[in-house]
Ligand binder design. Structure first.
Ligand code: PLP
Length: 300
């Protein structure tokens, strides 16, 4: 895989940050891609690095899993086209079609729908055999999250420190599986940065989920999980976000009515930015602090 240059770090002169006396930056990992508007971008590229760095992909089939709107499935399918390997996917639930799955099918990826009970057990070798995964196929876990991906994911933090010239006081990011968060927590360990994670799902289990990806005994004292910005749960979002689909896009974009924000997708990054701006307005951060929001990408 040809390595990508670091994604840009942008200053965001937002009035809410100015009023709070906080220097606000956005790490534009939505630009971490080989081509603009490619679903193979952002944290999905970083998480797929262990696969894409392999030298034995020619003519192989890569198998993975996801929900019907999975950014990971779209990214891996696009990776297959770009790097010349076949892909097929097990999709959770009843057979449906949507723009994401249409895109994946257009890429030539095979789709198999599996019931939720089977889907829950998809990482068991025996279940994988039963649903037809063969020994010569390469299996990538759901969301692309696996321990070998953590250093590649954590590199987004190292890039940011270099670009800023110092470690930020806060590094804020969204979480689905928590794999990206785990990589950043590991990379920021032992430093001054507090890592704030905003789960895109409801529940109070994200901290233990993130810790489960890390080697036992990893210090997570600098990790704060900020709940309350899941907006009803995974894939759900408020109607007043005025979602729209730009031409050619395969998913909807959230319009938060804030001209200063970069384009955001509704599943992860719109929730994250809303949460951070809300907390800035509430005075949750000390004056003089530096805060980086990770725009992890997403399809929009
Ligand atoms: C997949 C995705 C996430 C979630 O990443 P995890 O490592 O699963 O927590 C966050 N943001 C965007 C834009 C994504 O596509």
């Amino acid at each position: 895989m040809r390595p990508l240059p670091p994604s840009p770090l942008q200053r965001l002169d937002h009035p809410v940050a100015t009023a709070a006396g906080v220097a606000l930056y956005v790490k534009r990992d939505d630009h971490y891609a080989w081509a603009p508007h490619d679903p193979l971008q952002g944290n999905k590229v970083r998480k797929l690095a262990p696969l894409l760095n392999r030298t034995d992909l020619d003519g192989r089939t890569v198998v993975s899993f996801g929900g019907a709107f999975s950014n990971h499935v779209a990214a891996l399918s696009a990776a297959g086209v770009r790097f010349g390997f076949r892909t097929r996917f097990y999709i959770r639930g009843e057979a449906v079609r949507n723009l994401t799955l249409d895109f994946v099918a257009r890429n030539g990826s095979q789709l198999t729908f599996v019931d939720r009970t089977t889907y829950r057990q998809k990482h068991h070798p025996e279940v994988q055999r039963e649903i037809g995964i063969t020994a010569d196929e390469i299996v990538v876990p759901e969301g692309g999250t696996q321990p070998s991906a953590l250093p590649f994911v954590g590199a987004v933090y190292g890039e940011t420190v270099k670009q800023l010239g110092r470690a930020p006081d806060y590094f804020c990011l969204s979480a689905g599986t928590g794999g990206t968060a785990a990589g950043v927590v590991a990379a920021a360990s032992g430093g001054r940065t507090r890592v704030e994670v905003y789960p895109a799902l409801r529940g109070n289990w994200m901290r233990s989920e993130i810790e489960s990806w890390l080697p036992p005994g990893t210090d997570t004292g600098h990790l704060d999980v900020i709940t309350g910005y899941a907006f009803g749960g995974y894939g759900k979002f408020p109607t007043d976000w005025r979602l729209y689909t730009p031409e050619g896009a395969i998913a909807k974009r959230a319009d938060l009515g804030d001209q200063l924000l970069p384009p955001l997708e509704p599943v992860y990054t719109a929730k994250l930015f809303t949460g951070v701006l809300h907390r800035l307005a509430r005075g949750e951060y000390p004056r003089g602090a530096s805060l980086v929001i990770l725009h992890s990408g997403g399809i929009y």
